[in-house]
Design a protein around this ligand. Structure first.
Ligand code: ADP
Ligand code: MG
Length: 705
């Protein structure tokens, strides 16, 4: 039967609708998908032995003849044993299978098979439990390096490996060679067919290493080319020329002096604004480092030059906060600031839109509502988005497209992010952006004191909550789940870690926890809660009540992670802290310590695992977000930084950006060299490559045009 790469998996013998469904759960729909589904590990099944010479503690392949009809017995309900003896010239192997009644018919007396497993015991009489086996004259999964795949319910590794093996045999030759020949030659990369064969069923360790090298390089090469293309495309875009003189006048508006780091970031943004090319800059700085001032300075310069600015925040509360800060800072100079959010009355919106298109508003702050139809600027020169993660490249582009009058000019774009990203990764993640780093906090901050405690301290912890409240302070309590016995949020988003053995039942859940606090622990305190499943209006309402001091304790999920500023909150308790990544915990901790009061962060975990505790301990030792991010990356890999939803970059299947830095450099250089010779990939031989990159970046395809 002919198989093609584009065929559906049901074209494979043995795949009906049930198996197709299981495969679909793994994202596998076509033959090509299966070929590109890489093993997560390998098992070396190449060692073989006779029965009597087999080691007692390591798996080997043993060829032996089945000497009798398999015997089945029921031990008890749900436990069925199948036993059979096999022999070779010098020994006997007693085989036992649990709940595998098919073995009775699969093993035929008088036939030879290869059994793979541990031959327990010593001498010539050995026992082997649940071995892998197959006929000696037709070996597929023994005597070789066997791939181990990530699995899903209803699909065993043997079945999946069998399917992949068919695909490899039928189609590995057909995988198109997308890497240009000179690149392959210069970097000594194996051919596509070889690589897709050996990544699944390697002939040897060397072959596997070659296959891996090529596939990892390939992935990083596409990524590098794609990002470089994005970069060159925008480098040629003309932006409004906004002179950078007059920054002293901006500084004069502030009640404090800017930190050196703020000044540097503002200087970099100002240079972009004046360059004539449209700015695409990321301002990265730890929570509380004062990123808003970079935005304010840029808006100030734009206003001076007669251009309007837009600032988009991910939530209504944050938008309001920015509106107030920017109004306080800039309106004394004459900047007219407006606020547009979803909750405005229709008439207010109409009024605002009219003022905007008439040029009577200089800076419009808002939520996604800024993107809605009918919002048109008279002369938009600068677009700012806060908290990068929540907005994709496409949304930034959509806002920038509201440019107004001068169509030939693209507005400047400034992105603010509080997620510290290790320098090694920043370039990739934000490859289409220039980066300014604010690596300094304003003076006079008292660092948040952080503690790691176990369940035994819970009563004392509640006492501490009371004490803070009696001092007039407020308290956040963060839980990993919304309702009981459900995966934590980041898990639901597909960004998470493995499901713990005991399920999620032991996780603190917002709703039940808040109820318990109200009824049992703090009946006299004002306890509210907020989570991502609430209606946006209820959510904003609870946050606003907390911000206004109408609640003492706010129980929440990580929805409070993003830049909300409640200076009176002095304590944050994070339950099941081991469920969160270090960078995320650091973000959460940033919710306190924003005022004059000494603030505290308490990480609660019942987890006694040494490694887990060591990981959490990092937070008690440092408040440097970049150091924490590096640590996080080392410990957990880049999953969190590269969770697909966070950035809209193509997902990596085999490359590991933290581990493969050597190859990453090589791939980046190769991409640079190729684009130097063919900047827009227009040569006919580069068309497959261009198509591949376009496919990978589909979410951002609009940016390629
Ligand atoms: P983030 O980087 O987290 O967005 P913000 O811009 O919200 O930080 O600033 C945090 C707080 O620090 C604000 O209350 C702001 O007014 C204050 N701030 C910013 N820059 C300075 C500075 N140079 N000196 C003192 N306080 C500052
Ligand atoms: Mg902020």
């Amino acid at each position: 039967m002919e198989l093609r790469l584009t065929d559906h998996v049901e074209a494979l013998p043995g795949v009906g609708s049930a198996r197709a469904k299981a495969l679909a759960k793994l994202g596998l729909a076509t033959i090509e998908d299966l070929l590109r589904y890489f093993p997560r590990d390998y098992e070396d099944r190449r060692r073989s032995s006779t029965i009597s010479a087999a080691p007692p503690d390591a798996p080997v392949c043993i060829a032996a003849l089945v000497a009798e009809t398999p015997r089945c017995s029921y031990v008890r309900k749900g436990l069925e044993l199948t036993k059979v003896r096999a022999v070779d010239g010098g020994g006997t192997l007693e085989l036992t299978f649990f709940n595998q009644s098919y073995v009775r018919n699969a093993l035929v007396p008088g036939e030879s098979y290869v059994f793979y497993g541990v031959a327990e015991g010593t001498g010539s009489r050995r026992r082997m439990a649940n071995p892998v086996f197959e006929r000696e004259d037709h070996p597929r999964f023994t005597g070789r390096i066997m791939p181990i795949y990530p699995l899903t319910a209803g699909l065993s590794n043997g079945v999946l490996a069998g399917l992949v093996q068919r695909c490899v045999a039928a189609c590995a030759q057909d995988v198109p060679e997308v890497l240009p020949q000179p690149v392959r030659q210069a970097h000594a990369l194996a051919a596509a067919a070889f690589s897709y064969t050996n990544i699944h069923f390697p002939e040897s360790e060397e072959a596997l290493a070659l296959a891996r090298r090529r596939l990892i390089f390939e992935e990083l090469f596409y990524l590098s080319c794609g990002l470089a293309l994005l970069r060159t495309r925008r480098e040629v875009q003309a932006g409004p020329v906004i002179p950078s003189q007059g920054l002293e006048d901006f500084s004069a508006l502030l009640p404090f002096s800017l930190t050196a780091a703020q000044q540097r970031a503002i200087g970099e943004a100002a240079a972009d604004l004046a360059s004539g090319r449209s700015m695409n800059r990321l301002v990265q700085g730890d929570v509380g480092s004062g990123k808003t001032m970079v935005a304010a300075a840029s808006c100030f310069l734009a206003w001076r030059a007669g251009w309007q600015s837009a600032l988009m925040a991910p939530t209504e509360l944050l938008a309001q906060q920015h509106f107030h800060t920017l109004t306080d800072t800039l309106s004394p100079a004459g900047v007219r600031v407006g606020l547009l959010t979803g909750s405005l009355r229709a008439s207010e919106k109409k009024h605002l839109r009219a003022a905007l298109s008439a040029g009577e508003i200089d800076l419009l702050v808002g939520t996604h509502a800024l993107l809605s139809e009918g919002v048109a600027f008279a002369r938009l020169g600068l677009v700012i988005t806060d908290e990068q993660h929540r907005f994709g490249v496409a949304q930034r582009a959509a806002l920038a497209a509201k440019g107004g009058g001068e169509r030939a000019l693209s507005p400047h774009v400034l992105v603010m992010s509080a997620t510290p990203i290790p320098r090694t990764l920043a370039l990739i993640l934000y490859g289409d952006l220039d980066v300014s780093v604010i690596d300094q906090l304003p003076p006079g901050r008292t660092p948040v004191e952080t503690f790691l405690v176990g369940e035994d301290k819970r009563q004392r912890l509640y006492g501490f909550v009371r004490k803070q409240v009696s001092l007039g302070r407020q308290v956040y309590i963060v839980c990993p789940a919304v309702e009981e016995a459900e995966p934590p949020l980041e898990h639901a988003m597909g960004l998470g870690r493995a499901v713990p053995a005991g399920g999620f039942a032991d996780l603190k859940a917002v709703t039940a926890y808040a109820r318990d606090l109200r009824e049992r622990v703090f009946p006299d305190l004002r306890v509210g809660f907020v989570h991502g499943r609430m209606k946006p209006r209820d959510k904003e309402g609870a946050m606003a009540a907390f911000a206004a001091g109408a609640l003492d304790v706010l129980v929440s999920t990580t929805v409070i992670e993003v830049g909300v500023d409640v200076p009176n909150a002095s304590l944050i308790i994070i339950e099941n802290a081991d469920r969160f990544g270090l960078s995320q915990l650091h973000q959460l901790r940033g919710r306190v310590g924003r005022g004059a009061h000494q603030s505290y962060c308490v990480l609660v975990t019942a987890n006694r695992n040494e490694e887990t505790r060591a990981r959490l301990k990092v937070l008690t030792q440092t408040t440097d977000g970049f150091r924490i991010a590096e640590e996080d990356l080392k410990l957990r890999g880049p999953g969190d930084f590269f969770g697909k939803r966070q950035h809209g970059l193509p997902q990596l299947h085999i490359a590991d950006l933290a581990g493969d830095t050597g190859l990453l450099k090589e791939a980046q250089e190769a991409a640079k060299a190729l684009l130097r010779s063919d900047p827009a990939l227009e040569a006919p031989e580069h068309q497959p490559l261009k198509e591949q990159i376009r496919r990978l970046f589909t979410e951002q395809a609009d940016s390629f045009n």
